[in-house]
Write a protein that binds this ligand. Structure first.
Ligand code: HEC
Length: 179
């Protein structure tokens, strides 16, 4: 069999100028990416923790048992309160944009820090939705659970959360008919 070496050398000789061009292209592509990433750090949504009104929080307004307080604080408060803890990676755009949007959207839908301002009907409705969202596995959001040890609710925790909410709902039956 003939040695493949001359063929390899021949190919190299042919594409050699192209390699130089490719290197140049790669260099510029890398530069564009780096500049793009730097620019990203200055645009996009900002991380916020709006001021907390004393006595307005769910935990001040309602009589929540300690184990349920733990569950809410560990698994829900980062997105559903004004007490968000922002890990280091939430400072890195564009990754941070999605996370900040989640927190903003989460607060808009349900903010335990402003619980006092909710009318009773809204409170009941939101609490009932909490059972539904957790039962369906929508909350806490999957990506959050992956990044936070202990945020995923165990069956026991789900029972505890639901138990307190059912008690709080009393006779209320909303559109979700959770049982
Ligand atoms: C990583 C952020 C994040 C975490 C953690 C999180 N949520 Fe959410 N939650 C959201 C976002 C974003 C929405 C709104 C968008 C949507 O409906 O998917 C939402 C919506 C909801 C809603 C729906 C409100 C409505 O009116 O439709 C409920 C209820 C809820 N979350 C409960 C919880 C509970 C209970 C926990 C903790 C066990 C929790 N969430 C944890 C981000 C989060």
């Amino acid at each position: 069999m003939k040695s493949p070496l001359p063929l390899a050398l021949g190919i190299f000789y042919l594409i050699h100028p192209q390699i130089r061009i490719m290197k140049k292209v790669l260099k510029y592509a890398l530069l564009v990416i780096v500049v793009g990433l730097v620019v990203c750090q200055f645009i996009g949504p900002d991380k916020t923790n709006p001021a907390i009104e004393e006595g307005a929080d769910l935990l001040s307004v309602e009589n929540v048992p300690a184990n349920v307080v733990d569950i809410l604080k560990t698994s829900c408060y980062d997105c559903h309160s004004n007490e968000t803890v922002w890990p280091w990676y939430t400072s890195i755009a564009p990754l941070s944009w999605g996370i900040i949007n989640h927190v903003n959207d989460g607060r808009e839908e349900l903010n335990f820090s402003t619980w006092k301002s909710y009318k009773e009907g809204k409170k009941l409705h939101k609490l009932e939705e909490c059972i539904e969202m957790v039962a369906k596995g929508y909350m806490p959001i999957e990506g959050y659970v992956k990044m936070h040890d202990g945020a995923e609710l165990t069956d026991e925790e789900k029972v505890a959360l639901k138990g307190w909410i059912k008690e709080r709902l009393g006779d209320y039956v909303g559109e979700h008919h959770v049982d």
